[in-house]
Design a protein around this ligand. Structure first.
Ligand code: IMP
Ligand code: MG
Length: 180
């Protein structure tokens, strides 16, 4: 099993790129079915920075017309959630009247998703859908339904495939879990 070290912490492989890739195939298949007949191209919302890798993999598999918009939110410090969601950069385009597919790296407590859905409603979105690569069901404290979940994982801190520990580790292709 491969291990990586970032600052003071060691991480071991949890999910391989191959497994992620197959899970993303399944999500894309569902999105292609559900959004193929939209009047207006849906918006794929990239939640920076964590979602960049998932977004690039997902987009390649989507065959309906879509527009990419970004927003930057922040809630984690180190390996813990602060419980507050900060908007570090606003929506990069007008989304009034649009269907918005929120592309997230991970839904943990769900606070980010709830805050984001409110931001989108305030910005005039017609509807929003949650499309997350990962989900930690044991950490989830919200009631918001998650529309598309590629994989569920235990309540452990992870890095790689876009996810960071103090801004490092996003570049790893596989996902690694804190080795305690
Ligand atoms: P939530 O608001 O608690 O659902 O957290 C969502 C955000 O926290 C995600 O979009 C991630 O950016 C970050 N996050 C949650 N869990 C992890 C983790 O295990 N590693 C790195 N970042 C995480
Ligand atoms: Mg994120």
């Amino acid at each position: 099993m491969k291990k990586v070290k970032i600052k003071d912490k060691t991480f071991r492989t949890l999910i391989t790129y191959q497994q992620l890739s197959e899970a993303i195939d399944r999500v894309a298949e569902n999105l292609n079915k559900d959004f193929k007949d939209c009047e207006q191209p849906p918006v794929l919302l990239c939640v920076l920075n964590g979602s960049i890798m998932y977004m690039s993999e997902l987009m390649k598999r989507i065959d309906f017309d879509c527009q990419v918009v970004s927003i930057k939110l922040k809630s984690y410090e180190g390996t813990n959630t602060t419980g507050k969601v900060k908007q570090a950069m606003g929506l990069t385009s007008d989304i009034t009247g649009r269907k918005v597919i929120i592309v997230e790296d991970i839904v943990d407590t769900g606070n980010t998703i709830v805050a984001l859905k409110q931001i989108l409603a305030d910005a005039g979105a017609q509807a929003s859908y949650v499309c997350t690569l990962l989900h930690k069901p044991e950490a989830y404290v919200q009631n918001e339904p998650l529309d598309y979940v590629a994989m569920e994982i235990p309540n452990k801190f992870i890095i790689g495939f876009g996810l960071d520990y103090d801004e490092l580790g996003r570049n790893y292709k596989d996902i690694y879990v804190l080795d305690e």
